[in-house]
Design a protein around this ligand. Structure first.
Ligand SMILES: *[C@@H]1O[C@H](CO)[C@@H](O)[C@H](O)[C@H]1NC(C)=O
Ligand SMILES: *[C@@H]1O[C@H](CO)[C@@H](O)[C@H](O)[C@H]1NC(C)=O
Ligand SMILES: *[C@@H]1O[C@H](CO)[C@@H](O)[C@H](O)[C@H]1NC(C)=O
Ligand SMILES: *[C@@H]1O[C@H](CO)[C@@H](O)[C@H](O)[C@H]1NC(C)=O
Length: 282
């Protein structure tokens, strides 16, 4: 711009254009910067506004289940898993002890290896011969999950739908190091499946232990489960939820809160209560 103005013999007619261009650039820069500053304040992981809902597809629709099984469910890796060191935490030990160290049990873990965490089911698999299903929505965390070579666990890169229908959402990735506020987050589209659809696809409607981390949507996810068609004994729920909502739901469905740890609630199905009062009402 400066060189333009200084050029000798430049027709004076160009001057208004130069002034306009400068003003335009300044205004656009200000607009751009102010948008940019506002953007990181949105901390939600999911932008439900622009979601796609496939509300005509029932969560037990056989074609849909076949599609999930064929396209999204990944079989356990063939390579042999080398266990150097068992990753085990208090929560895993509690679950095993509640079940008297049951062998060959079944697990479903949603949010496995999320944001730098370990898995709550790895030890059950390695030491007690359990098998199951691992669910992870974050693309990087899913790569971490696959690298574990869990030889008795299928896996699926998806989020759990907060409704009884499949969805597609925009997912904001959070790296383990950043607090999510640097404005550098990556956004990806991720498919969300109802938990029941995933259980049907993995042929696992009898589950000894469900470890549930759904980034705050845990109660909504649980509400989508047709509990008369699945048998889940122990359920652990991350403390990201409204406790009274969770307790109401679990109590109505005959689950008892048996442990409350610093970051998780552990529930067990009360089978006696279940026998004496059938779930017909629910
Ligand atoms: C979510 O989508 C809406 C509608 O398209 C958009 O206006 C909003 O800025 C989005 N929010 C985030 C956090 O991306
Ligand atoms: C557990 O499974 C293994 C093989 O997968 C089998 O040999 C063993 O008998 C099973 N144990 C029980 C208690 O079912
Ligand atoms: C975003 O993606 C790039 C590579 O595409 C990666 O290097 C970076 O770590 C990612 N950022 C986050 C916050 O995940
Ligand atoms: C939890 O939800 C109930 C209603 O379902 C509401 O009254 C209560 O204020 C909520 N608690 C918190 C901490 O948000």
């Amino acid at each position: 711009m400066v060189s333009l103005l200084l050029s000798p013999g430049l027709p004076r007619r160009i001057l208004p254009f130069a002034v306009f261009l400068t003003a335009f650039t300044v205004v656009m820069t200000i607009l751009f910067l102010s948008f940019d500053l506002k953007a990181p304040k949105h901390r939600e992981l999911f932008n439900f506004t622009r979601d796609l809902d496939f509300s005509s597809v029932g969560q037990d629709n056989p074609q849909f289940i076949a599609y999930v099984r064929a396209v999204h469910l990944q079989s356990p890796p063939n390579s042999v898993r080398v266990v150097e060191k068992f990753n085990i935490n208090h929560q895993t030990l509690l679950v095993a002890s509640i079940l008297n160290n049951k062998v060959n049990g079944t697990f479903v873990e949603a949010g496995a290896y999320g944001h730098g965490k370990l898995s709550n089911t790895e030890w059950l698999e390695s030491a007690l011969g359990w098998h199951g299903l691992l669910i992870q929505a974050d693309p990087w965390d899913f790569i971490t999950l696959r690298r574990q070579k869990r030889s008795r666990a299928s896996s699926v890169h998806a989020c759990l739908s907060p409704t009884a229908y499949p969805k597609e959402i925009t997912f904001r990735q959070i790296s383990a190091s950043d607090g999510g506020d640097d404005g550098l987050s990556n956004f990806t589209r991720v498919k969300c499946f109802p938990l029941y659809s995933l259980l049907l696809a993995a042929k696992m409607t009898e589950v000894d232990y469900l470890s549930l981390d759904a980034d705050g949507a845990e109660v909504e996810v649980l509400k989508t489960l047709p509990l008369e068609h699945v048998d889940i004994n122990i359920i652990s729920v991350e403390k990201k939820v409204n406790k009274s909502d969770l307790m109401n739901f679990m109590t109505v469905h005959h689950y008892e809160l048996i442990y409350e740890l610093s970051d998780v609630y552990i529930f067990k199905m009360n089978r006696q209560e279940l026998l004496s009062s059938p779930r017909a009402s629910v």
